[in-house]
Design a protein around this ligand. Structure first.
Ligand code: ADP
Ligand code: MG
Length: 372
């Protein structure tokens, strides 16, 4: 999606990913002399190879080799956005929590936990049950989380989370999950997109509703304020996705920040005057930012997750979505479908929430793998 935006603005981009048919490479062709890079975004040699070809380097995932990003900024004279120091803080979720807390952002109580049954029991003693046990690193789409409901699950949690370093968070019985995309320029100015409601299923983003409706007239400004403050505590330009918990009493806690375009901002492609992708490019290239305002009264984004290895389930779902007015289908072109893998999404826009929900209804009823 970033590549698609770049292509419209005629900004040449070079992509580092595995394979010649990696999704982003399907969008922008390059002449053989100046080809995309084939390899892993965590391979130092490949990052150096990419850095030698570009003026500005950005990431779409935070699980990259930050030392090499630091190095190429010095030796290859490329600009890296967001700054490697920001990625370093964010890629360790516990360090990120400590950073946010130290900079006055409200977060859930958390503590570092050794990988042992005894340590999990001790953490549960301090933070209570249920306990949210998380991998500090290499976590995304809920794959680094285990909800410990009873002490007897401690061993199961250790097995699930594997050999990654762990920390525990106090369980937050939130009323709603909300998110705000924040875009920051090279000179540090920030703008925040509208507040959205996010609905997760099995720890994975399922639906996003934009804008968020609330009876609390202060909520939107407060949530944007919390998100902007959290982003201002970090360095570098680009868009940041700020995930937050809204509590029953109206209090807002920051859950986590993504230093890149984010799933909760996909709706901006069809629903806002400038998408998160275009504004990310504008921000990191020092171009004027585009308006972050909504251009439709109501919108929703529905993730298409694989239900099995069967790609045809996705194509028939997409065919149905094409019949829904106001629906835009995005299929990512990933080579293989797997259960739980994000394969695409659909954004629905409408003149009212009621019309949006009516348009969404047949999609929810026919999701791959069964109705939502
Ligand atoms: P990921 O990096 O996989 O997105 P998150 O830390 O955002 O991981 O957790 C995924 C989801 O798990 C959240 O969106 C939320 O639904 C739930 N969750 C995370 N932390 C807590 C918590 N402390 N209490 C209750 N639910 C939580
Ligand atoms: Mg998350």
């Amino acid at each position: 999606m970033l590549a698609a935006s770049a292509s419209l603005l005629n900004i040449p981009i070079v992509i580092l990913d595995v394979g010649d048919d990696a999704p982003a490479k399907q969008i922008v062709a390059r002449p053989p002399a100046d080809a995309h890079v084939d390899g892993s975004f965590s391979d130092p040699e490949k990052i150096r190879e990419l850095a030698a070809k570009v003026d500005v380097l950005t990431v779409e995932i935070e699980h990259v080799d930050v030392d090499v990003l630091d190095e190429v900024q010095k030796t290859h004279h490329v600009v890296v956005h967001p700054s490697p120091s920001t990625i370093r803080i964010i890629q360790d979720k516990f360090r990120q929590k400590e950073h946010l807390q130290a900079h006055g952002s409200p977060v859930a109580a958390s503590l570092s936990v050794e990988s042992s049954v005894e340590a999990i029991h001790a953490a549960a003693q301090r933070l209570g049950l249920p306990l949210m046990l998380k991998a500090k690193t290499l976590a995304y789409d809920g794959r680094g989380n285990f909800v410990v409901r009873e002490l007897s699950q401690a061993q199961e949690a250790l097995t699930f989370l594997g050999d990654r370093p762990l920390y525990a968070e106090k369980w937050i019985p939130f009323a709603m999950e909300i998110a705000v995309m924040v875009v920051r320029t090279v000179s540090g100015d920030v703008q925040s997109y509208p507040v959205v409601e996010t609905i997760h299923k099995d720890n994975v983003c399922h639906l996003v509703f934009a804008p968020l409706r609330s009876r609390d007239p202060t909520l939107s400004a407060r949530a944007r304020g919390v998100a902007e403050k959290a982003v201002q505590s970090l360095h570098g330009a680009g868009v940041f996705g700020v995930e937050m918990f809204l509590l029953e009493d109206g209090q807002i806690l920051v859950n986590e920040i993504a230093p890149r375009p984010h799933n909760s901002g996909h709706y901006t492609i069809e629903a806002c005057e400038t998408s998160q992708y275009e504004n990310h490019l504008r921000a990191i290239l020092g171009l004027p930012l585009g308006s972050v305002a909504l251009k439709v009264p109501s919108s929703a984004m529905l993730n298409i997750l694989g239900a099995s290895n069967d790609m045809s389930e996705l194509t028939s779902f997409a065919a149905l979505a094409l019949t829904v007015p106001g629906a835009s289908v995005h299929l990512y072109g990933k080579a293989a479908c797997r259960k739980g893998r994000k394969m695409g999404h659909v954004t629905v826009v409408a003149d009212s929430d009621a019309a949006r929900d009516a348009r969404l209804q047949p999609l929810l009823a026919h999701l791959p793998g069964g109705a939502a």
